[in-house]
Design a protein. Structure first.
Length: 229
């Protein structure tokens, strides 16, 4: 059991191995509980992204980057997002990251949840409520990200980049994820993407939220097994 105090999550350097963690990411017969928790995590993740979009005060950093690409290529945001995802996956090669079921389901489930949830989410006129909805979206996204990463069935393209860079640098996960998101924001903004309060909340908050979720889950369900770097 970790005894680093309230802010111990900021020091977490590896994805915990818990009861729903698959033995290895690349498998054609994963444990049923791993698949279930993967799906639950991805649904929660997608809901968080939908809350951020519904807030209307700024999209996530990678969508800012996609918007920037549309400005210089004329592509749709969807096509730009696809190209960005492929480019991120190519970065996995030197980082020796292993794709898995979660890598594919990440794209499918999150896209479905976005389409299904977005029309039902509230749109507020009050700026304070809109910012609160964006903050809730970041927190919910972080919770979903922590759950599905622990499933160990392959991270999504951006999460795989995070875990790969963490292993390479041995820096805390919260720092690595925040640096990646800030980099995407900076590049997208330089290309003309739209940055808002929600974007900044996501860029600075998603790393700590993912790390805090994994830290909390390990404290509750941990069995003494080491984490995965």
């Amino acid at each position: 059991m970790m005894k680093d105090g309230f802010f111990g999550f900021l020091k977490i350097r590896a994805v915990p191995t818990l009861f729903w963690s698959a033995p290895r990411p690349l498998t054609i017969r994963p444990p049923f509980i791993s698949v279930v928790m993967l799906a639950i995590g991805l649904v929660i993740f997608g809901l968080g992204e939908a809350l951020l979009i519904a807030s209307g005060v700024g999209v996530s950093p990678w969508t800012v980057l996609a918007q920037g690409l549309t400005n210089i290529t004329g592509w749709s945001v969807g096509l730009a997002t696809f190209v960005v995802s492929v480019a991120v996956l190519l970065l996995w090669v030197p980082l020796r990251q292993t794709p898995g079921m979660g890598t594919i389901l990440n794209i499918i489930i999150i896209s479905l949840v976005l389409d299904l949830a977005d029309p039902w989410l509230p749109r507020f006129d009050s700026l304070a409520l809109r910012v609160a909805e964006a903050a809730a979206g970041v927190i919910v996204t972080g919770i979903g990200g922590g759950i599905y990463l622990i499933a160990n069935l392959g991270p999504g393209p951006r999460d795989g980049l995070m875990t790969g860079l963490q292993r390479l640098t041995n820096l805390p996960i919260a720092w690595v994820r925040s640096a990646i998101e800030l980099g995407a924001v900076a590049l997208g903004w330089s290309l003309g993407g739209v940055v808002g309060i929600g974007t900044l909340l996501f860029a600075f908050g998603i790393g700590p939220c993912v790390a805090a979720t994994m830290y909390g889950l390990q404290r509750v369900f941990g069995t003494g097994k080491p984490g995965r770097s």
